[in-house]
Design a protein around this ligand. Structure first.
Ligand code: AMP
Length: 397
């Protein structure tokens, strides 16, 4: 996969209309419909401001939620237009459709320095089908295509891939940063490259584990997924989370680590309880000797020390997935210990989106790592080393 793509700073934008794919898929309060976090909107502001400074106009587009081709008023992007306008401190024009008459008329009337936001792309079923006609209609609204939505680069949709058949396509500033930091970390990292994986589901991370065993010097596994590995090695894990169907896969990965000479660390102790609750009584056990009525819910103190030590000696650290059920303070210590080790090292530190990013934010550490990826699923597929349609379609540098 070539990560060396042309960016918005490589093209003369003066007088142009820029079709900008943003990730405005913001969380909404289910009751009031209000935006509960505008992090994703803020993340794209530098790209929008840069484009406007070049004497161009912006036709911004995004999806929101999963309307699956049906117009759902509660998933309209209009509230995002209001928030974007407040953050940019300038008017944002809103089109009531994505490629229809309102969008066409408003895009045609757009002057340099103006911003238009189109209605939710996924109100049209053709978006997710990567329909060429929809992509062409979308492309008609701009002179240049810029993608700043890292969260959707793993999807081949009309606005993330199809549109590049009709317009020259560039990376926005946010996407460019994802590509340069994550691409470098995987291709030419400062070594040793230490990778930490956690979270519940091993099935989501099969490809990532395999690819990281090729690229990393050390792979640390925590979270619920560690227990399938421990069981594969013959340990007793009680009622811990297990994916029986992945035991063979875990053995294959352990063998791969041995063949490649990759240092592969599993938890040696675990915080375990009989139930997952805020006031559950917990005990610490060796991770491969958890009693039958207990489940492992966090990495134990010895493992925290071991993992922190590996992180402190790293040149690059890539972390994805919590070390325990961090939603409960009793089982959040392992995740906090890894986060703390990351902000204390001089290494390049990268956090794949999702739960590890929110844990980091919760601890107030988000600004103290090199990079927090803005896309959970996309950053996982990136770590798998897969070719991502939304990146492959951009012009090579
Ligand atoms: P994932 O979406 O696969 O990254 O998993 C994130 C979830 O994993 C979080 O909600 C955690 O509560 C959960 N998790 C982490 N460690 C464990 C564990 N030992 N047992 C059960 N769930 C866990």
């Amino acid at each position: 996969m070539n990560y060396n793509k042309r960016s918005v700073t490589d093209v003369d934008l003066h007088g142009k209309r820029v079709l900008l794919r943003c990730d405005f898929n913001v969380p909404l309060d289910p009751e009031t419909g209000r935006i509960t976090s505008d992090t994703r909107i803020r993340a794209t502001l530098p790209t929008i401001e840069y484009i406007l400074e070049q004497g161009a106009s912006v036709v911004a587009c995004s999806h929101l939620g999963k309307p699956k081709g049906v117009v759902k008023p509660e998933l309209s992007l209009e509230p995002v237009a209001v928030r974007l306008s407040a953050l940019l401190e300038r008017p944002v024009i809103f089109a009531k459709d994505a490629v229809g008459p309102d969008a066409q008329a408003k895009a045609a009337a757009l002057k340099p320095g103006e911003v238009l936001l189109l209605e939710n792309l996924r109100f049209d079923i053709r978006e997710e089908k990567n329909d060429p006609e929809f992509a062409r209609e979308l492309a008609y609204l701009g002179d240049v295509f810029v993608d700043d939505a890292f969260g959707t680069v793993h999807r081949a949709h009309a606005s993330t891939a199809g549109v590049a058949a009709y317009l020259p396509a560039y990376a926005g500033l946010l996407l460019e940063k994802e590509l340069s930091v994550m691409g470098k970390a995987l291709d030419v990292p400062s070594r040793p490259l230490v990778s930490i994986l956690g979270g519940a589901k091993i099935s989501d991370k099969l490809g990532v584990i395999s690819n990281l065993l090729d690229k990393a010097d050390t792979l640390l596994i925590g979270g619920g997924m560690a227990f399938t590995f421990i069981k594969a090695l013959g340990g007793s894990v009680g009622r811990s989370l297990i994916d029986e169907s992945k035991i063979d896969y875990c053995m294959d990965m352990i063998k791969k680590a041995l063949t490649k000479g990759t240092r592969f660390l599993l938890p040696i102790d675990a915080v375990a309880a009989k139930e997952i609750s805020a006031d559950a009584e917990w005990k610490i056990f060796p991770a491969d000797r958890i009693p039958d009525d207990y489940m492992g819910l966090d990495i134990g103190p010895e493992t925290r020390r071991l993992f922190a030590e590996a992180v402190s000696g790293a040149g690059t650290v890539i972390w994805n997935g919590p070390m325990g059920v961090f939603e409960y303070p009793a089982f959040a210590e392992g995740t906090a210990a890894v986060a703390k080790a990351m902000v204390e090292t001089e290494a390049v530190t990268i956090v794949g989106g999702g739960d590890s990013a929110s844990a980091l934010e919760h601890l107030g550490f988000a600004s103290r790592v090199t990079h927090v990826s803005t896309g959970g699923g996309a950053s996982l597929e990136f770590m798998e080393g897969k070719e991502l349609p939304g990146i492959a379609c951009l012009l090579d540098r």
